[in-house]
Design a protein around this ligand. Structure first.
Ligand SMILES: Nc1nc2[nH]c(O)nc2c(=O)[nH]1
Length: 388
């Protein structure tokens, strides 16, 4: 039974869960680059797919509201005989229990984020400062196939382009779920749809470039070598073992494997390290690698991961995502709003006068502006973007 309030707006029946914004902020959690299919179609209303169903989510200060579409595009059918109405009402109440559980699982609501923020903030003054603005950034527990194949698309890519690719992937290879206004929603493709021999060419035609081959070959390797339950089964093996298994797949390096471990395989300690996270470590934590390493080697991955695990503890991957989110260009206005509200301290104002606080954006992340001579040198070198 749906235990919580039901809100009727027009023909729609909304259900709800108690959930404070400090535990979950949809606009940060669904848009910070851990998942790529949610869209804010109306102010504060996010539509996407969980577990083969289309959902719209929205929230008020202490409540998460949700609406699940049937494949006719609305809740409930058109049948009107008494028996069928009774059967429908039993089915509906079963659906609402199942759906509530799906949502709790997807947002991992059993994890008390407010308590974790307190622990991380007590251990780390930089985190404390950032977390006053970026509350409610929560790790999702995604479907492993969706998460793995979306992250194969992230190499050398930006969040908005990844979103476009993932959507095209679903439109081309996923089963249709429902149509809302002009938009048709599809499920994420199954492993067997992705493994089909024609998929590489099809995805190349859709603009996936070299990723087309990785997607088809990874799906085929999983099915040929391990079977369809292998990915989800990695939830039950230790972190490093799961990560090594994932790295045997084409197109899956350490960073992608760590994202998959963290975002769908229950490995809360996995810290995906890329140049942005390395930059955060150097800039905000004065982290220096042994022997002045300049490239992201396996050792740098391990050392930075260990550095953050030591600082933040067993949920280090969750804490990392708060800083990752806070560094995204699209959320810089939140920091600016906060600094407009609060008078800056003397030191900061002085720095600004001396031109020390000038910042620019790059690759979707915030970066400090380099001295001009360095920028000129860099402009002559070829630019290689990173996985986002
Ligand atoms: N280190 C991280 N890299 C990412 N890429 C992406 O799309 N999301 C993340 C992330 O949370 N951390």
């Amino acid at each position: 039974m749906a235990k919580h309030a039901v809100l009727s707006s027009g023909a729609k029946l909304w259900r709800s869960l108690p959930c404070a914004k400090s535990e979950l902020r949809l606009e940060l959690t669904l848009a910070c680059g851990q998942t790529f299919r949610w869209r804010e179609n109306a102010d504060g209303h996010w539509t996407g797919v969980i577990g083969g169903r289309v959902w719209t989510l929205t929230q008020t200060e202490d409540t998460l509201w949700y609406y699940v579409y049937t494949n006719q595009g609305g809740a409930g059918g058109e049948n009107s005989s008494e028996d069928s109405l009774r059967a429908e009402s039993v089915t509906a109440s079963h659906h609402s229990e199942v759906e509530e559980e799906m949502l709790r699982d997807y947002f991992q609501l059993h994890v008390k984020l407010g308590d974790l923020y307190k622990e991380w903030g007590a251990a780390d003054s930089h985190f404390k400062k950032i977390s006053d603005i970026f509350t409610g950034v929560r790790m999702l527990r995604q479907d492993p196939t969706e998460c793995l194949f979306s992250f194969i698309c992230t190499s050398n890519n930006h969040i908005s382009r990844i979103q476009g690719m993932v959507e095209r992937l679903c439109q081309a290879l996923g089963s249709p779920l429902c149509q809302l206004d002009q938009t048709s929603y599809h499920d994420f493709p199954t492993l067997s749809a992705l493994a089909d021999s024609g998929v590489e060419e099809r995805l190349r035609d859709l603009g996936f470039g070299y990723r087309a081959r990785f997607l088809q070959q990874s799906a085929k390797q999983i099915l040929d070598t391990h079977g369809p339950q292998w990915l989800v089964g990695l939830r039950n093996v230790p972190y490093l073992e799961a990560r090594d298994s994932l790295r045997t797949l084409p197109g899956v390096g350490t960073k992608v494997a760590d994202c998959v471990c963290l975002m769908c395989l229950d490995k809360c300690e996995a810290v995906p390290v890329d140049t942005h996270v390395w930059q955060i470590a150097k800039r905000d934590y004065k982290y220096t690698s042994d022997n002045g390493q300049k490239t992201l080697t396996e050792k740098v991955h391990r050392d930075i991961g260990d550095f953050f695990r030591k600082l933040w503890g067993p949920y280090a991957g969750w804490a990392h995502s708060v800083l990752f989110c806070a560094d995204l260009k699209k959320f810089q206005h939140l920091k600016e709003m906060k600094s407009l509200k609060q008078p800056q301290n003397e030191e900061e104002r002085e720095g600004e006068c001396k031109g020390l606080k000038v910042k620019r954006e790059f690759d979707g992340h915030e970066k400090k502006k380099k001295p001009k001579s360095e920028r000129q040198k860099k402009a002559k070198m070829s630019v290689k973007t990173e996985e986002v």
